[in-house]
Structure formats: structure tokens, C-alpha cells
Design a protein around this ligand. Structure first.
Ligand code: UD1
Ligand code: MG
Length: 426
């Protein structure tokens, strides 16, 4: 494949106004912005470099933990997008094939679009290709300035644009494909004489023109895909776009979504045919849901949830990192975390798996065998196992393993004081 990716993720993200989280680690339905970009890019490139700078340790830890094959490169101080790319020059000194550059704050881009973009670059024998799109409201994006013959001239940033240039609706998506052998020398020649005093990556367009390189734009029709996140408001808009896209996909695959306006389902969730998702359900992270299931209303799946066929997860039920086998019901008001539930299990209303020990700060597993029935308002204190066919009486606190086909019950005896109320009233 011989194509390397460079993802820019060093910027401060000032407009996000966050003290705790670098911009690219903000999340859309449980997955970071950078995660979206990397998941797409890693399938079509053979090496990925992530430029880190602001809160570099956090971003680097995230990469090391989740994308062990990707490499982080430090940019300090952060002097602009062009300066950011120049940080990989030493690593790619002897490399002479394609480099795909993207921003870590553009999570809606699709893998198929990136593939088409690279194909366009190759089939046009382009040296520099930039992705552009048309925005009715182009504010804040770099504008694509064209010559009279419609060929590219340069990209001008909002802050440097003249009133006429601000009227241009064709914008820079921040995604580039470069023939590295021809373009690598540009990065030591960029200047910072602009409104922001930064080394702009966008200046490679005009640089390429002065070197008589083949410089082209690939115009993306679906402009939603390059929507960039610079503020919390952008984050909410991108989340809504992503969700709409996901729900359409699930409905096309034969999933009923009763109310798309109040349902949120992440991109990395698989859902089987004829499953019905009821209103106000929120499903984030990576999950697998089987066929003929009923989820919601008001259900929350928090990721790493694997659910087989014909199961029910009802109102006010939260499930995290758990496996639920077929024909099992978790109907109402329950928390199921770090658990394995067998087939035909029934979980009574209000059941909680107490999976977290705050003293040791560890999480433990709850394992329920096939045909287990848990009475309402039970607390299963993990680590705990209830073996096949066992029943737990309502209101129990289960701190020991329960053998197969037994009853576990911790209820204190019910007292009845006859006429107690009558006597009080006198
Ligand atoms: C940039 C483009 C703009 C384009 C827009 C698309 C430039 C100069 N402008 O503007 O033309 O329309 O993206 O979304 O390139 N970053 C670094 N190091 C730095 C500065 C930024 O790694 O020194 C990273 C940021 O973390 C971010 C990306 O580069 O992921 C883009 O930076 P940002 O400040 O968001 O640029 P925009 O103003 O959005
Ligand atoms: Mg941006």
C-alpha cells in the first residue's frame, strides 16, 4: 500500500474551553475524535504518525493503550499546522511515496472517502491534492482561492481573508495527499507572516504552484464528512450528524428504531435483524446486539456489551462490559456491569451487580448460569457466581456463590403486628 498517515493532534483546542481534556480526546458516543480518524486511517495506510503537543502525555497514553502500532511525534511548541507536519520529516527522510495528512478533529470522515481521495490523487498524477467542499456557511474554514482558469491558486485562512475572499464557499477540509518525494522540502521553507503568526500547512498549495507541481483539489460532495470540531457546539452538531448516519444504517439493516429523535447509537455497535430499539435509549462504545431483541425505552448500554438473540433490556437498565446469552430478560431498573448472564435468566426489577470495590478500586465479575432467576431488589456483590437453575429471593444481598438449583435468600423474617395501625389511631 505504501502510504503513510500523519494526523495532526497537537493544537490546544482553545475554543473547546476545556481544562481537563485535549480536544482530540473529547468523545462522540463513547469514542474519541482521534479514535474515529485513526480507525479509518489505519485500514488504508501502513504507518501512522500522530503529532502531539498540547497535553501530549494524555494523547500519547491514549495512543499507546489503544493503537499500539501508531507512533506519536512531539511538537513543542505548537507553531501551526505546517510546523506540525515538519515534525515527521526526520522519520520520513528517506521515504518517497504518498503521505496522507488529516486533522484529529475531523471525526466524520469515512474510510471510503479517503480511499477515493487517494485514488483521485493517483489517477490525476497529482503531487499535492487537497480535499475541499462547499459550505453554505464557510466561516472559520480556510477558503480555496482559484485562478481564472479554475485551477488552484492558494488557501487563505479566515483571519487572513479579504472581504471578497470571505465570500468564497469552497473550503479546505484539512485533508491532503502528498507525493512526499516532491513536497518534503516545502516544510523547511514555510513562512509565518500571517495574521496568526503560524506556519500554515495550507501554504503548500501556493508553494507547490511556485515549484510547478501538479496541485489539485478533490471536491467532496457530502460536506458533513469534513465537519471540524473546534467548539462544544461543533461537538454537539457532529454527534447529531454521526447519530443520524448510524441510525439510518441500522434501519437499513432491518432494525426498528421507534423514535430516531431520542435514540443514540454508536458507530461501533452491531445490531441483528428485527431487534427493536425503543425511545430514549443511549448506546455508546463497542457493542454487539443479537436478533429479535427489545432494548429500551430508557436503556443505557455503555460499551463492551454483547447480547445474544431474543433478549430484553427494559426501562432504566444500564449495562456495561457484560455478556448476556439468549432469551434472558433484564426488564426494569437494573445495573448489570462486568457480568456474564446465561440463557433464559430472569433478572427481577431493581437488581444491581455491585461490581466495584472502592477500597481496592477494583472491579469484579458476576456470573449467572443458565435458567437462574434473580428476585427483585437483589444486590449481587461481586465476585460472585450463581450456578445453573438457582433462584435468589427478592431483596437478597448475595455475597457467596450459590450452588445449582438452590435458593439463596437473605431476607429477614416478616413480622406482622396485628391491629398496630388501629391501636395507634386509638
Ligand atoms: C485548519 C486549516 C483550515 C481548514 C480547517 C479544516 C490551517 C492553517 N488551517 O484550520 O484551512 O479549513 O483546518 O478543519 O491548516 N494542530 C497541530 N499543531 C499546531 C496547530 C494545530 O497539531 O501547531 C492540529 C490541531 O490539533 C488540529 C489540526 O491541527 O487537529 C487543525 O488545527 P486547528 O487549529 O483546528 O485549525 P483550524 O483553524 O480548524
Ligand atoms: Mg480545526
Amino acid at each position: 500500500m505504501n502510504i503513510k498517515a500523519v494526523i495532526l493532534a497537537a493544537g490546544k483546542g482553545t475554543r473547546m474551553k476545556s481544562e481537563t481534556t485535549p480536544k482530540v480526546l473529547h468523545k462522540i458516543m463513547g469514542k474519541t475524535l482521534l479514535g474515529y480518524v485513526l480507525d479509518n486511517v489505519k485500514r488504508i495506510t501502513d504507518e501512522q504518525f500522530i503529532i502531539v503537543g498540547h497535553q501530549a502525555d494524555d494523547v500519547k497514553n491514549f495512543i499507546d493503550k489503544n493503537y499500539a502500532n501508531a507512533k506519536t511525534v512531539l511538537q513543542s511548541p505548537q507553531l501551526g499546522t505546517g510546523h506540525a507536519v515538519s515534525m515527521v520529516c526526520p522519520s520520513l527522510e528517506n521515504y518517497n511515496d504518498l503521505v496522507l495528512i488529516l486533522c484529529g478533529d475531523t471525526p466524520l470522515i469515512k474510510e471510503e472517502t479517503l480511499t477515493k481521495f487517494v485514488e483521485f490523487h493517483r489517477s490525476n498524477n497529482s503531487d499535492i491534492t487537497v480535499m475541499s467542499t462547499i459550505f453554505e456557511n464557510p466561516t472559520n474554514y480556510g477558503r480555496i482561492v482559484r485562478e481564472n482558469d479554475n485551477s488552484l491558486k492558494c488557501i487563505v485562512e479566515e483571519k487572513d481573508a479579504s472581504p471578497d475572499q470571505k465570500l468564497i464557499k469552497e473550503v479546505n477540509a484539512g485533508i491532503y495527499c502528498l507525493d512526499w518525494s516532491k513536497v518534503k522540502s516545502a516544510f523547511s521553507q514555510l513562512k509565518s507572516n500571517n495574521a496568526q503568526g503560524e506556519y500554515y500547512l495550507t501554504d503548500i498549495i501556493s508553494w507547490g504552484k511556485t515549484k510547478n507541481l501538479s496541485v489539485n483539489a478533490y471536491i467532496l460532495e457530502n460536506s458533513d464528512e469534513i465537519y471540524g470540531i473546534n467548539s462544544r457546539s461543533n461537538l454537539a452538531t457532529a454527534t447529531a450528524i454521526m447519530n443520524k448516519r448510524n441510525l439510518e444504517k441500522y434501519m437499513e439493516q432491518g432494525v426498528t428504531i421507534v423514535d430516531p429523535n431520542s435514540t443514540w447509537i454508536s458507530e461501533d455497535t452491531e445490531i441483528g435483524q428485527d431487534t427493536v430499539i425503543y425511545p430514549s435509549t443511549y448506546i455508546e462504545g463497542k457493542n454487539k446486539i443479537g436478533k429479535n431483541c427489545k432494548i429500551g425505552p430508557f436503556a443505557h448500554l455503555r460499551g463492551e456489551v454483547e447480547v445474544c438473540d431474543n433478549i430484553k433490556i427494559g426501562n432504566y437498565v444500564e449495562v456495561k462490559k457484560s455478556k448476556i446469552s439468549s432469551n434472558t430478560n433484564v426488564g426494569h431498573l437494573s445495573y448489570i456491569g462486568d457480568s456474564e448472564l446465561g440463557e433464559r435468566v430472569n433478572i427481577g426489577a431493581g437488581t444491581i451487580t455491585a461490581n466495584y470495590d472502592p477500597l481496592s478500586k477494583t472491579k469484579s465479575k458476576t456470573v449467572l448460569g443458565n435458567d437462574v432467576k434473580i428476585g427483585s431488589n437483589t444486590v449481587l456483590v461481586a465476585p460472585v457466581k450463581v450456578e445453573e437453575g438457582a433462584n435468589i429471593g427478592a431483596g437478597s444481598v448475595v455475597t457467596k456463590n450459590i450452588p445449582a438449583w438452590s435458593l439463596g435468600i437473605t431476607r429477614s423474617p416478616l413480622k406482622i403486628l396485628e391491629n398496630w395501625v388501629k391501636n395507634k389511631l386509638g
